[in-house]
Design a protein around this ligand. Structure first.
Ligand SMILES: NC(=O)c1ccc[n+]([C@@H]2O[C@H](COP(=O)([O-])OP(=O)(O)OC[C@H]3O[C@@H](n4cnc5c(N)ncnc54)[C@H](O)[C@@H]3O)[C@@H](O)[C@H]2O)c1
Length: 447
């Protein structure tokens, strides 16, 4: 049972966090730059980027960078005054840039984020922040060194749905008693088994060398990035493959786990094990279950956090409740009940003997976190003001490090013991190789 003292601690911390996130209309935040527009470089200028155009038009887009001339042309129509680049390293040298928005494939995220922060630039990076444990750690470390001057946000925009904070208030407020374990899942699957075959040279409109960037070279094949469902779906073509992404654990897993992460105040796991499809050196598993042992914190005991994708699912607490009807969801299990949530809605199911819920006091209006408002505007305001965002690279870095540990345990095929302080696996030295990725000559992560 959560004691009153513990309850007060987390409600106070919710209010404190909420106060830091108060959204003011653009330009009304106290501090320097009030009213000023940000000079932004958009790197990866089409696809997911197109879904940011409306917000980006509220700022100055001074540079656009893309390796695909057709995509560059689409972005240039939106931002005709922006200077154009193919190589993001050259783009970051442009002197008037204050901030970058990164919408490239995942295997560039950590590189561009770190290079940008090292040049004093605020960063908004699409999820996931990194493509392996080491990358997520490196991004977080560079951010922590710069957090007094830079605003960062990982692109998990669903975090601004009021449901995220309402779920957190229920869990931390003791509505299901003591938290025991948390199950998060996604339903997408794939059937690929190997990298795509060579399909001739890339057309002159695509710089394949830059598309590959730091990762291992693979022959060109247009199917790696042809979106199947419009802008923002191209990622489903390449994030299947080991060198280009992490498939669902890093993709929808970032969004779904964020719903859990916001409610459990977690650090990194101490033990990780995973099962599912047989490990494959070329593609990420479609079906996977990863189990993380999460250390206790100041308001709860140790908990078990489980991620499921591509088939495996947690057991429903009630016969009448079919969890497979919820494509992406989280279930929080406590000593007195269960909360099941998707991105927008939640249900609370009291279970066991004390279902009168007299043990639970719902928060008063002043204890409820204020609305976050528009997620990207929150970052714009933070860049110009107090630097505070809900998904900064400390919060998101720890989460993505955890998710990538799930993939490492899957590849290892055994339970891993993890020391989060040093970022090492302590029970199997050889498995540490699974936390990193080899890069091509000339590519430096912390540059
Ligand atoms: N937050 C969300 O809801 C959401 C939704 C969709 C995608 N995403 C994320 O957005 C990112 C992009 O996904 P997508 O579906 O748009 O992929 P995509 O492949 O369709 O688009 C990526 C864009 O980046 C460009 N690009 C590729 N390599 C580049 C490089 N080295 N430098 C500059 N530009 C480069 C491509 O030409 C293309 O214009 C992914 O990380 C994905 O996870 C997030």
């Amino acid at each position: 049972m959560i004691t009153d003292t513990k309850r007060r601690t987390f409600l106070a911390s919710t209010i404190a966090t909420g106060a830091g996130l108060t959204l003011l209309p653009s330009g009304t935040l106290a501090g320097n730059g009030a009213g000023a527009k940000l000079n932004i470089a958009l790197i990866g200028a089409y696809g997911r980027a197109a879904q940011h155009y409306k917000n980006l038009h509220t700022q100055n887009i001074v540079a656009i960078c893309d390796v695909n001339a057709d995509n560059m042309a689409k972005a240039a129509k939106q931002f005709p005054k922006a200077k154009q680049y193919i190589d993001w390293r050259k783009c970051l040298d442009q002197k008037d840039i204050e901030a970058v928005v990164i919408c490239t494939p995942d295997h560039h995220h950590a590189f561009i984020s770190i290079w940008a922060m090292n040049r004093g630039l605020h960063v908004y990076c699409e999820k996931p922040l990194g493509d392996c444990v080491m990358e997520a750690r490196a991004v977080r470390e560079v951010y922590l060194k710069n957090k007094n001057k830079l605003a960062t946000q990982q692109g998990t925009q669903r975090h601004a749905n009021p449901n995220y904070d309402r779920v957190a208030e229920l869990v931390k407020g003791g509505a299901i008693g003591e938290l025991k374990d948390v199950h998060a899942w996604g339903s997408r699957w794939h059937k690929e088994t190997a990298y795509r075959p060579a399909a001739g040279p890339a057309p002159s409109t695509i710089d394949w060398e830059q598309w590959i960037g730091p990762t291992q070279m693979h022959p060109y094949n247009p199917e790696y990035f042809q979106p199947t469902r419009g802008p923002g779906s191209g990622c489903l073509q390449w994030n299947i493959y080991q060198d280009f992404g992490s498939w669902q654990v890093g993709d929808m897993g970032s969004h779904v786990m964020d719903l859990a992460w916001n409610a459990i105040d977690a650090d990194r796991p101490t033990n990780i094990k995973a099962d599912g499809d047989a490990p494959n050196a070329e593609v990420n598993p479609s079906a996977m279950r990863a189990i993380f042992e999460m250390p206790a914190n100041d308001w709860r005991d140790e908990i078990r956090l489980v991620w499921y994708q591509g088939g495996p699912m947690p057991k429903s607490p009630l016969k009448a409740l079919d969890l497979t009807k919820i494509g992406h969801g989280v279930m929080f299990k406590g000593s007195k009940g269960v909360i099941v949530s998707d991105f927008n809605n939640r249900m609370l199911i009291p279970l066991g003997k004390d279902t009168d819920m007299t043990y639970y006091k719902s928060p008063t209006p002043d204890q409820v976190a204020p609305p976050i408002g528009d997620f990207q505007q929150q970052w714009f305001n933070a860049c110009k003001g107090d630097l505070k965002t809900c998904c900064d690279f400390d919060y998101s870095g720890r989460m993505v490090e955890t998710l990538m540990l799930g993939l490492a345990a899957h590849q290892a095929g055994k339970e891993l013991e993890y020391d989060a302080k040093t970022g090492t696996i302590t029970n199997d030295p050889a498995a540490n190789a699974l936390l990193t990725k080899p890069y091509r000559e000339g590519w430096v992560l912390n540059g």
